[in-house]
Design a protein around this ligand. Structure first.
Ligand SMILES: Nc1ncnc2c1ncn2[C@@H]1O[C@H](COP(=O)(O)OP(=O)(O)OP(=O)(O)O)[C@@H](O)[C@H]1O
Ligand SMILES: [Mg+2]
Length: 265
């Protein structure tokens, strides 16, 4: 069976509108139960990623470390952003483990090299081994070492694309707070309509609909997700993980939300 990569967005695992880091225990409980029920049914090789929401994004926006390090204060912000993301990861892991999932944290910035915001190097042999023995690695967006600008943000969206390509995944799934890709950000325009499939025929039109998020998001919101999926050359899917049952359906192979077919550039 080919690998499934599921990213649960920061808009699901945290309260993204909060001005302080705040995890959503209610959502985490539901998400973990659904992942466990689908996993116990299929036992597919699975790699999980979670986003940042009100943990990582706010401090990065305030201190500008995504654009590089220019002073000592920013070095401390680099450290604090990493701590906040580690803290969120511990909370997420507590919920996943309480559902008896064989999950293991993998802190991507410990071995990642970035170049002007793009991930250029990350050893995947540990992840491969962990998957082979039946573990579910859990990665998360992190501030990482950057050769050109000292620090940049390695988003969960970018990790998903990079690993999907390297590990020859079947699909990248994004569970987020909207029902897929719409003709306009549905938070801004509730009359926007869902685009069920993005393919090489409609991609140019769809690009005009994609916006950054209304909440603080330093890694591009929906634009970031779709462009990373396209760069990876692996199929993608975006769905609303806040609707009960959707994670289970997606992991079960159902076509919900928007699917992104492989688009050759
Ligand atoms: N055309 C569009 N269709 C759907 N959503 C859109 C569109 N344009 C912009 N968006 C925004 O993209 C957001 C989802 O991306 P975002 O990066 O905020 O989510 P996330 O992955 O859950 O969070 P995080 O980056 O913290 O992990 C939606 O909440 C919506 O506001
Ligand atoms: Mg985002």
């Amino acid at each position: 069976m080919k690998l499934v990569i599921l990213k649960i967005g920061g808009s699901v695992v945290t309260n993204k509108f909060s001005k302080k880091p705040r995890a959503s225990f209610k959502n985490l409980r539901i998400v973990s139960k659904e992942i466990a029920s689908a996993y116990n049914l299929k036992k597919m090789p699975l790699l999980l990623i979670h986003g940042a929401g009100s943990f990582g994004h706010l401090i990065v926006k305030k201190t500008g470390i995504d654009k590089g390090i220019k002073n000592i204060k920013q070095l401390k912000a680099f450290a604090e952003t990493q701590r906040l993301q580690n803290k969120l990861n511990l909370i997420v892991m507590q919920f996943l483990i309480s559902e008896n999932l064989p999950v293991i944290s993998y802190q991507a910035s410990a071995g990642a090299v970035m170049r002007s915001g793009r991930l250029v190097q990350m050893d995947i042999s540990t992840l491969k081994g962990l998957l082979e023995i039946g573990m579910i690695p859990v990665l998360y967006g992190v501030p990482a070492y950057d050769e050109n600008q000292k620090c940049s943000i390695l988003s969960g969206d970018q990790i998903a694309g990079f690993l999907a390509k390297k590990l020859n995944a079947k699909i990248i799934m994004h569970g987020t707070d909207v029902g897929g890709v719409f003709t306009e950000d549905p938070h801004l325009d509730p009359s926007a309509t869902l685009i069920p499939e993005i393919n090489s025929k409609n991609i140019d039109q769809v690009k005009k609909y994609l916006r950054g998020p209304i909440q603080v998001d330093v890694t591009g919101g929906m634009i970031g997700k779709i462009s990373e999926i396209i760069k990876s050359g692996v199929r993608g899917q975006v769905f609303n993980a806040l609707n009960p049952g959707n994670i289970h359906k997606a992991l079960n192979g159902e076509k919900i939300g928007t699917t992104i077919e492989v688009i050759k550039n």
